[in-house]
Design a binder for this molecule. Structure first.
Ligand SMILES: Nc1ncnc2c1ncn2[C@@H]1O[C@H](COP(=O)(O)OP(=O)(O)OP(=O)(O)O)[C@@H](O)[C@H]1O
Ligand SMILES: [Mg+2]
Length: 224
């Protein structure tokens, strides 16, 4: 099956942004919005979501395997994405189930393409090869200052690191990569200011979803 040939009825949404930008926090809000429209929804995360994907996630997070070659890293991320696309995303969309992703393919372009410096185009080429034109119909990019995102991560239990200069530089590149993606795909991306208090972020996310709703539910979504 070529993924882009499959007829889809469900809608595919993704949340993207730096670690600590608020993706997981907003997930339940977006989920509720979809459910209130009356659609079934499946929430996914990357990497993970399938037996193979969860094993890949363990490999990627295992400090014993570091440092991993950045291309090995990309291949593992993309392997998880393609597995989840075939096992979960495409079957759900075909059945009219909406899919809500806590990160999908854009994160690999931002983190590995920009952050690790492999090149956004090369990472996208690899993804195109295996994922075809399977993109979310709408991507909410939670954008904020690196320091803001980092301070939120630092409050987590068990957090031990401090924001080294190198890490900050890496995160800056990732942020710029995300913003560049949004500029290149203005139809698909909505950039949300994630530095605001949660209530305001929630309101802006709802407003963005409401603006996109006619397009998403009309069946035009799959043409983007
Ligand atoms: N707008 C906000 N204002 C203040 N705190 C926030 C806001 N959004 C999220 N937080 C808090 O910041 C922390 C990180 O948020 P969250 O876990 O949702 O980020 P994330 O994008 O999922 O990060 P990761 O990529 O590491 O999983 C949480 O403790 C959350 O409660
Ligand atoms: Mg999260």
């Amino acid at each position: 099956m070529m993924m882009h040939e499959a007829f889809t009825r469900g809608v595919f949404l993704s949340l993207e942004g730096l670690d600590g930008s608020g993706k997981t926090t907003l997930l339940s809000h977006v989920r509720r919005w979809i459910e209130e429209l009356g659609y079934p929804v499946r929430v996914i995360r990357e990497p993970g979501g399938t037996p193979l994907g969860e094993r890949i996630r363990e490999l990627l997070l295992d400090p014993g395997l570091a440092p991993m070659d950045p291309w090995s890293e990309v291949c593992l991320y993309v392997a998880s994405q393609v597995q989840q696309a075939r096992e979960v995303v495409m079957p759900c969309l075909k059945q009219g189930v909406w899919v809500l992703a806590d990160r999908f393919r854009d994160a690999t372009v931002a983190y590995q393409g920009w952050g690790r410096g492999l090149g956004a185009e090369r990472v996208k080429d690899l993804q195109d090869l295996v994922l075809g034109s399977l993109f979310p119909h709408l991507t909410l990019l939670l954008d904020c200052d690196v320091a803001v995102a980092w301070n939120r991560v630092a409050r987590r239990p068990g957090f031990r690191d401090r924001l080294e200069q190198e890490t900050r530089h890496f995160m800056e590149k990732v942020r710029q990569g995300y913003l560049e993606l949004a500029r290149n795909h203005p139809q698909r991306f909505v950039v949300i200011d994630a530095a605001q208090p949660l209530l305001e972020v929630l309101q802006n996310v709802t407003a963005a979803l409401e603006r996109a709703r006619p397009r998403l539910v009309s069946g035009d979504a799959s043409e983007i």
